[in-house]
Write a protein that binds this ligand. Structure first.
Ligand code: RP5
Length: 172
């Protein structure tokens, strides 16, 4: 593996049951051409594995960690306590509380150890990847250009939707 193929973003999830949501982050990174890796590790079921991963991520060239977990979601906070890399948390819906438990557990970090917390679920996973793109783009002008193109396409889609709405209005 040459340097340009080395994973720059690590996507962690507490369980394979988180895959359906967390794959959204992977899709965004793939579309932007950012090498990434995905791992399952649990703060409470595999604490040593989690510790080893967080400790070795930066020395292996990882620049940002995206961490999704549901229920009493302490994975992002634990990982952030071990690494100095930016950690972006994605709260997931895994219990009767539909992600509110994970949201509060992820966002309410006591002062001292930050976790940048996204929305619950797929929007959060997608935004975690887009925030990673923005951070990496600070030192990568080509990536910054690709991000600007992405925003332009998104804006063009909204304009198209507006125009389609005007056409529908005529049919009222
Ligand atoms: C969390 O518990 C995981 O992140 C997952 O969202 C949730 C349920 O895990 P499983 O019981 O499906 O393995 O640690």
């Amino acid at each position: 593996m040459n340097d340009s193929n080395m994973p720059r973003v690590g996507i962690l999830m507490g369980s394979d049951s988180d895959w359906e949501v967390m794959k959204e982050a992977g899709k965004v990174l793939r579309d932007f051409g950012i090498p990434f890796e995905m791992s399952v590790t649990s703060a409470h079921r595999t604490p040593e594995r989690t510790h080893d991963y967080a400790l070795n991520a930066a020395p292996r060239g990882i620049r940002i960690l995206i961490v999704g977990a549901g229920a009493a979601a302490h994975l992002a906070g634990v990982v952030a306590s071990i690494t100095d890399l930016p950690v972006i948390g994605v709260p997931l819906s895994a219990t009767e509380l539909q992600g509110m438990d994970a949201l509060l557990a992820t966002v309410q970090m006591p002062g001292g150890i930050p976790v940048a917390t996204m929305a619950i679920g797929k929007a959060g996973a997608k935004n975690a990847a887009l925030l990673s793109v923005r951070i990496l783009a600070l030192e990568d002008p080509e990536l910054a250009e690709r991000y600007r193109d992405f925003k332009s396409r998104m804006a063009a889609e909204v304009t198209q939707k507006h125009q389609a709405l005007q056409a529908r209005l005529q049919t009222l």
